[in-house]
Design a protein around this ligand. Structure first.
Ligand SMILES: [Fe+2]
Ligand SMILES: [Fe+2]
Length: 296
């Protein structure tokens, strides 16, 4: 099945083409200055424990990127089974590759700069972030691979997309990359980590924009799914805020209040974007629900 004209000229296909245009390689990020910087930060800012805070950040990002890399494929499976369009499938295929590169960047950073492996940095992940970034995300996306009823599969995909793109990527990943990137840039520290944050954050913005489009498409076909978006946000909000609070320390390298502000702004933006579309399109005729396509 080829792309429809609407798909070829639509936002999701445009985002897919941007993925190709802005492709980058983790191996090409220059990390040669970061190891010496870590040593200096640890020595000169022992009292503030800035190195400890940055280590925790890298641990969160490493575990988070590993998790989203592992848990994206069921969304692609669900999109294919529901026949949502080749534009959706092409974008998710590109995103899967990008999440693998994000994980690769932090693997490389742990080895080359911190002299550790991923297992060591992953120990930084506390209970609340582990729940929202790993365990609950895995549960939500797994349903996209196992639901057989089309209506249940659509609900599972709306909830998984809200959790994945709305909560993990918009509220947590982009918040963390923006806050930490600003803190490093202001101080002129760790140029390799700054560059990695910049490149990954750019990709995450595209993933969030896609997630909004995907949720809109699902709500356009079935407006009754709209309450599931808000309910998913509300269910995980306590763990999102607890994740940000992990950086509420006596000498924070990033002000927690600004992190909370970024996260809540992202929540409002994603929710408003999906609701706007949902109301506009609620008067459109519903497309007949496609039957679940068999996987080959
Ligand atoms: Fe990512
Ligand atoms: Fe992402």
């Amino acid at each position: 099945m080829s792309l429809t004209v609407t798909q070829r000229t639509g936002k999701i296909w445009s985002l897919y083409l941007t993925s190709q245009r802005l492709a980058w390689s983790p191996a090409q990020v220059d990390l040669s200055h970061d190891a010496a910087d870590w040593t200096r930060i640890r020595r000169e800012h022992a009292r503030e424990d800035y190195a400890g805070q940055l280590h925790r950040l890298v641990g969160f990002f490493h575990a988070g990127e590993e998790s989203v890399c592992s848990h994206l494929a069921p969304l692609l499976v669900a999109a294919s089974r529901l026949g949502l369009g080749n534009d959706v499938e092409c974008f998710l295929t590109a995103q899967l590759y990008e999440e693998a590169k994000h994980f690769e960047f932090f693997e490389r950073y742990a080895h080359e700069v911190l002299g550790e492996d991923g297992f060591v940095v992953d120990r930084e992940l506390l209970a609340a972030p582990r729940a929202v970034l790993v365990d609950d995300l895995g549960t939500a996306t797994a349903r996209c691979a196992t639901e057989t009823d089309p209506a249940a599969l659509r609900l599972a995909l709306v909830e998984a997309a809200t959790h994945y793109m709305g909560i993990v990527e918009a509220m947590l990943a982009r918040t963390g990359y923006q806050g930490a990137g600003d803190a490093l840039r202001t101080r002129g520290w760790l140029p390799g980590l700054q560059e990695g944050f910049r490149l990954i954050r750019r990709d995450e913005g595209r993933h969030v924009a896609f997630g909004i489009q995907l949720i809109r498409r699902l709500l356009r076909d079935d407006p009754s799914l709209a309450p599931a978006v808000l309910a998913t946000f509300e269910r995980h909000l306590p763990n999102v805020l607890a994740t940000v609070q992990a950086f509420d320390v006596p000498h924070p390298i990033v002000e927690v209040s600004s992190l909370v502000g970024y996260a809540l702004d992202a929540y409002q933006l994603v929710l408003a974007a999906t609701r706007r579309r949902s109301r506009r399109s609620s008067t459109r005729p519903m497309r007949s629900r496609e039957s679940v396509r068999e996987q080959h």
